[in-house]
Design a protein around this ligand. Sequence first.
Ligand code: TRP
Length: 865
Amino acid sequence: MHLFTLLPLPYSLGVLTLAYIQNFCFTSSTTSPVKVCILQNSFQPGFVAEGDYIIGGIFPLHYNQEMPDLNCTYKPPPVKCNGFDPRAFRWAQTMRLAVEEINENPELLPNHTLGYKIFDSCAYPLTGQRAAIAVLNGINEDGAPMCSGASPLLAIIGESGSAQSIVVSRILQPFQIPMVIISYFSSCACFTDRIQYPTFFRVIPNDDYQVKAIAQLLVRFNWTWVGVVRGDHEYGRFAVQGLLRELQGTKVCVAYQEMIPLLYNQQRALEIMQVMRNSLARVVVVFSAEGEMTPFLRDYMTQNITGIQWVASEAWVTASVFTRKEYYPYLGGTIGFGIRTGYISRLSKYLERVNPQRYPNNPLVQELWEALYGCRPSLSSASQLPLCSGQESVLEQHSAYLNTSSPRVAYNTYKAVYAIAHSLHNLLMCQPGNGPFENKSCAQSDNVLPWQLQYYLQEVKFIIAGDEVNFDLKGDSVPYYDIINWQRGTSGNIEFVSVGLFDGTKPAGEELVIQEDMIMWAGHQSEVPVSVCSASCLPGFRKAVRHGEPVCCFDCVPCDSGKISNQINCTFCPEDFWSNKDRTICIPKKVEFLAYDSLGIALTVISVVGACLTIAVFAVFFYHRKTAIVRVNNSELSFFTLFALTLCFLCSLVFIGEPTFWSCMLRHTAFSITFSLCISCILGKTLVVLAAFSATRPGKNIMKWLGPKQQRAIIFSCTMVQVVICAAWLIHARPYPTRNTKYERSKIILECSVGSSLAFWCVLGYIGLQACLCFVLAFLARKLPGNFNEAKFITFSMLIFCAVWLAFIPAYISSPGNYTDAVESFAILASSFGLLFCLFAPKCYIILLKPEKNTKQHLMGKEKK
Ligand code: TRP
């Protein structure tokens, strides 16, 4: 046994401070029971009962402790707690009830009794620390010799807030007191650290589950722009950290994070409210407890801010102090995750029994009365309130005290006591030689060590009011929450309505069950409030994130053509589809080809007119076949030429209409063969003209080499070359119909692919070659004598022909999509007309209008003038 005189240390939070402990002694080892005496400790226990085994209880029976004078020198600050909290009082009573029930129960801990020591922590770490040390002390420390009166203390039930629990569990560690702590309300995720908190258990789920549930709730209701407010403690810090982690990768962004200072500061609170007012975030998640929320909400109400949809954490979602009428306009509609309720059958009877008559000397019961009824039960009390008459009714804000229909935190306390009792029971039931400890030994019943109890606590599993209680390796319990919604009660006050649940044991995605139609939202609305930074984009638009701003704030920009949007991104339409003007749906692409529309009809008409004209010329020639002008040069050739020209006119028709397998094959081949034929005829004629005039010169008799048979042979063979080229083309790489989507992406152009462009240009080249040859020969013959010199006209026609086709090449290559066919067909028509007019118009003119010139003499230029 040692006697320490500790030097006073300056007051500081978090660091173990023992400034006010003057004489302190303890015996501590892992083998003997803990005995701690703190002399001169003026700290009064709230409730005490003796028993074989003592459980400590620490409850925040007051909202706060008056701020200690920080300048105090070496004097323990006076313990003065303010604001009696009937809610926590009820938790303490539940602990007492549980201990009494266990003591009465012949099956649980037979032949042993449990005792308790309940202290007030005033919801403040420093006072909590005092309570923890007081709890370690023996009950009757005043009379007892130092360190001898202490009964074995096995476990502590407490604390409420995580910040206080941290202090309590840290205070035990320097003394190596492996005291088991079971918390009923400390949900901070930080306690899962088994190295820092080796002996910490709890009957409330870890906040990691709560933040997961809140994140799912935010996602579920599309609240993508939310504010977060927290208290200045570990609970708030870890919860916000967890929430941010959960929100990563979701569509939800945090608009702002604010902290209510530990020592309430109105200035700071007003600043926070200003942020709330200016933000577009209508939903505010608050991790805080009623103690710090009360002054904050008081100022919030004076600021008259409305339209905020609160998401409450489990610490205040079932706090009955906020159920008063005046809170309704500001807090109505609040939603949050409440810890699981249970059923404690004897609680309401038990609470009724705790009254000033029964406990005349307990100041806490006096205070309870003052808080509940607003009157002083006896003269001994120091308050200024009027004396109670017995007729008073419970004040509105504490009407929930006696309502034991759905205890939550109280139920946790109840479970915690039972967990200790069951573990102790199992420990005492141990068969020697079959125990879990070294050499199969058991714990000694008269010297139970806390670490032995801890072993059993880790293993314990029991059922209470239908609920299974057990702890996982980290000392946590089953994650289960009720979704609580604050609705208007019959008398205008707020009622907590359960509108769903979150079961963390369910597979991912199925944990959250909400009855949406039962929810009443903030501002008495039935539709879900909107809390977004930027409204989602209209169909046809996509999100464009603003530079340097969170992803939830964006502009909407229209999609490019060919894409449609799902309001987030633009996506390409499938092949053969294109976006409509609004970029909302994909519509089949427009199919285009040279159809019988205005252009098609015009081309058709021109080609038919051309063909008719040619036939008319044919008729005129046929009718006048006996006249000189027709006969002058082989009339057969003229008829051939006219026939070929008719075909030329008609073959432009093949270019109009939807391209098919056959029309594609026909297009170029028909055109090239007829043109070849036509030019061959003209070539023949040129040769004849050239020969005829050369023949007139003496000594040359070419004419006999150019009789009608030879002429036909020339025409036939010249045309045959083209036929062979075309045949090879068709056999080797025939033209085929295709859908061209490259030219204009919004349209499908039906066209004929040439199959082999070499063949295509060969065919054209061959016609060009023939035309050039023809042109050169005609050019040679142009000066020959005679009034009617056909060679002149042939030269001219070939010039026009070549001009048309030379112009055609660039036009063909550069013409857009479906116009290529029109250009080609137009070139065919133009060159055909060129040939028709140049070759036959002058002759027709003479035949029809100047028949007197239609004589051999005139034509030969031998006519006498
Ligand atoms: N679950 C909270 C916590 O772990 C509950 C709580 C109780 C609380 N008392 C508090 C939170 C005081 C903040 C302040 O801390």
